[in-house]
Design a protein around this ligand. Structure first.
Ligand code: SAH
Ligand code: TYD
Ligand code: ZN
Length: 404
């Protein structure tokens, strides 16, 4: 049993996906054999109910200079961030507002903030991703966000009216350091807004592949409300988002500065009625994963025996959990197509499936393709319409294994 990273309470494991590599550490063909593995397991704190990994991976191993993920690979996500920017800017003070983004990556959101003429700054330790943001004219501090960075930014720029973060706060096991930084930097009436995969959606879709090294926490409204209170803040709004397989946007403020919206109470009531963070709900995730492990490799072996060519689409971090847990290597999935330049020409972590550019997909089309980037299904299936038209079929495994 491990200790909760928020309250120190006992964390009871409810699912384990075995030894796993770093989910975004794509391997050069010459470097096979030198990968870092850890035991990937997820549990729930019996005291504060926060769902979390049982063992954090050191952050310097995950978010290195060559961290390959790029926010701007998806057109839908670019639209999401443009919309998000417009919504966020509506609620800023009139004179010279200041916006800080934690985990800005290549600038998916900040590009829109900057274009709107609002003073902004990103914080992201991944040097190449931050470099891509700088090329777009954005200012980025290439560090892990924490109290020290926050104090320096505040001294140089003054307080932030808005601190925003997408798909990053759940990646940081030391949440106390994040809130200490927010406390240093945020203006008295400022907002801290973050959006991350929502526990309710992960469970509803049985999306066990959301469990990766980088996703340390699985936020629920109840657990986040309690955690932010512990750190001296108040949860004042929540909004469900349809992106990345279902997320929740949390708005946090200093206590008493903003009246909590009705959405918070409604979400809490829904979670209670569902028994969302109860052990019985959580154990269903492990059962769903076992079903996929029984069915997906069996389907792929059958197709191989029939002489079919199977490829993958989207060399996602999530697919590391699926392929390593299910034992799916290049013998079952010949290659994976992905639009991210920093992944192409390399091998998938642990399972060593070659990553090829999207152009390789139609050259010639495989018979079947496993949709690893299932959270981008509409965008990818629309883009690759020709695959279906040529008789190709998609294999999906969320919420269960099926062919479409
Ligand atoms: N916000 C983007 C990127 C998410 S990927 C999006 O939603 O698409 C997570 C990013 O967070 C990576 O670029 C990583 O380098 C960064 N990151 C991880 N830990 C961080 C920390 N402690 N402080 C700031 N950024 C961090
Ligand atoms: P994503 O599911 O966003 O995140 P994670 O890696 O955290 O699981 O990753 C989507 C991957 O799919 C990313 O590597 C880019 C790739 N991709 C394509 O190759 N083509 C596309 O049209 C889209 C939308 C994504
Ligand atoms: Zn706890």
């Amino acid at each position: 049993m491990s200790g909760c990273r928020i309250c120190g309470g006992p964390v009871h494991e409810f699912a384990c996906f075995g030894p796993q590599p770093l989910s975004d550490a794509f391997v050069a063909p010459g470097d096979v054999g030198a990968e870092y593995f850890f035991r990937l397991a997820v549990g729930r704190c019996a005291r504060c109910r926060m769902v979390q990994l049982t063992e954090p991976v050191p952050r310097e191993k995950m978010f290195r200079h060559d961290y390959p993920y790029r926010s701007s690979q998806s057109a839908r996500m670019r639209r999401h961030f443009d919309r998000t920017c417009r919504a966020l800017l509506r609620d800023l003070p009139g004179t010279d507002p200041f916006v800080v983004e934690i985990g800005c990556n290549d600038g998916g959101l900040l590009t829109a903030v900057h274009a709107a003429g609002v003073r902004c700054l990103g914080v992201d330790p991944s040097v190449q991703a931050a470099g891509a943001a700088a090329v777009r004219g954005l200012r980025v501090v290439t560090e892990f966000f924490g109290e020290e960075t926050a104090a320096r930014v505040r001294a140089a720029e003054g307080p932030a009216d808005l601190i925003y973060s997408a798909n990053t706060i759940s990646h940081i096991d030391d949440l106390a350091s994040v809130f200490a930084g927010v406390d240093r930097l945020l203006a008295p009436a400022g907002r801290f807004v973050f959006e991350d995969p929502y526990l309710g959606d992960v469970l509803a879709r049985s999306a066990f592949d959301q469990v990766i090294d980088e996703h340390f926490y699985f936020f629920a409204v109840g657990s986040v409300r309690d955690a932010v209170r512990r750190f001296g803040f108040e949860l004042v709004d929540v909004e469900a988002l349809p992106v990345h397989g279902g997320e929740m946007r949390f708005t946090v403020a200093r206590p008493g500065r903003r009246r909590p919206s009705a959405a918070v109470g409604a979400a809490l009531a829904r979670e209670d009625a569902l028994g969302l963070a109860e052990p019985a709900s959580l154990r269903r995730l492990a059962a769903g994963a076992e079903r996929v492990r029984a069915e997906l490799p069996a389907l792929l072996r059958r197709l191989r025996a029939e002489g079919r060519v199977v490829a993958g689409y989207g060399a996602t971090a999530k697919s590391a959990t699926v392929t390593n847990y299910c034992g799916i290597g290049p013998d079952l999935v010949a290659f994976v197509c992905d639009s991210t330049p920093g992944k192409q020409g390399l091998l998938t972590p642990g399972t060593h499936i070659p990553v090829r550019p999207p152009e390789a997909f139609a050259d010639p089309y495989p018979d079947y393709a496993v949709l690893f980037a299932w959270n981008h299904a509409e965008e990818i299936m629309a883009k690759e319409r020709g695959f279906r038209e040529s008789g190709g079929r998609w294999i999906r495994y969320v919420p269960d294994v099926h062919v479409v």
